[in-house]
Design a protein around this ligand. Structure first.
Ligand SMILES: CC(C)(COP(=O)(O)OP(=O)(O)OC[C@H]1O[C@@H](n2cnc3c(N)ncnc32)[C@H](O)[C@@H]1OP(=O)(O)O)[C@@H](O)C(=O)NCCC(=O)NCCS
Length: 170
C-alpha cells in the first residue's frame, strides 16, 4: 500500500456511526465492561485529539482521546484504538497513535495514558505506570496500565482513582 492511500483526519461528528461500527467489530459487546469504557462514560472525548484514518472515502481506523484526572494529576486517556480487520498490519494503528501523541503535546497535555498491550505500545514510547499508583473504576491487569510521558513528572502526579475530566474549551 502507498502511504498516501490513507488520509488521517481529525474526527468529526459525522464519523461517529462508522467509528461505533469499527469499535463494535474490534471489541464486541465486552467493550462496555472495560475500565476505560467506564471512564469514558463520564463525559465526552476530545475531538481536537481524536483522529480517523480514511481510505477510499471510508473510515478504516479510529483513535479517541479523553481527558482524565487522578488526584492532582491530569492526562489524556487514549482509546479506543481500532483498525478494520481488512486494513490491519499496514501501519495505520501506529500512525494514529503517533498523531494522537503529537496532538496531546501540541495541546499542552503532559502524558497520554491507556490500558493496552505493552508489546504493542511499548515500542511507541509507553511505559508501565507503577502498580497501585492509579486505581481504575474496574479491575485491570496493572501491566496493561501504561503512560507516554510528554512533560516529566506528569505520570507521577497521577494518584488514586482515575476519572473523566472536563474537556478543555467546552
Ligand atoms: C491493535 C490494532 C489497533 C493495531 O492496528 P494495525 O493498524 O493493525 O497496527 P500496525 O499496522 O500499526 O502494527 C501492526 C504490528 O503490531 C502488531 N500487533 C497488533 N496487535 C498487537 C498486540 N495486541 N500486541 C502486540 N503486537 C500487536 C502486529 O503483529 C504487527 O506487528 P509487525 O509490524 O511486527 O508485523 C488493531 O489490530 C486492532 O484494531 N485490534 C483490535 C482492537 C484492539 O485490540 N485495539 C487496541 C486496544 S488497546
Amino acid at each position: 500500500m502507498l502511504p498516501l492511500d490513507v488520509l488521517y483526519l481529525p474526527e468529526e461528528p459525522a464519523h461517529n456511526a462508522e467509528i461505533e461500527e469499527i469499535n463494535a467489530e474490534a471489541f464486541g459487546p465486552g467493550r462496555f465492561a472495560k475500565a476505560a469504557y467506564k471512564i469514558r462514560e463520564g463525559g465526552p472525548h476530545d475531538l481536537k485529539l481524536s483522529f480517523v484514518a480514511v481510505r477510499n472515502g471510508s473510515v478504516v481506523g479510529s483513535v479517541r482521546m479523553t481527558p482524565v484526572s487522578a488526584g492532582e494529576g491530569r492526562a489524556v486517556l487514549l482509546g479506543p484504538l481500532a483498525v478494520r480487520p481488512a486494513h490491519k498490519n499496514l501501519g495505520i494503528g501506529r500512525k494514529l497513535v503517533a498523531i494522537a501523541q503529537k496532538a496531546a503535546e501540541d495541546h499542552g497535555h503532559g502524558a497520554v495514558v491507556l490500558v493496552g498491550d505493552e508489546p504493542y505500545y511499548g515500542p511507541l514510547g509507553f511505559k508501565m505506570i507503577p502498580p497501585g499508583q492509579v486505581r481504575m473504576p474496574r479491575p485491570v491487569d496493572p501491566r496493561r496500565l501504561l503512560s507516554y510521558e510528554i512533560v516529566p513528572g506528569t505520570t507521577a502526579a497521577l494518584k488514586g482513582e482515575m476519572n473523566h475530566a472536563a474537556v478543555p474549551g467546552r
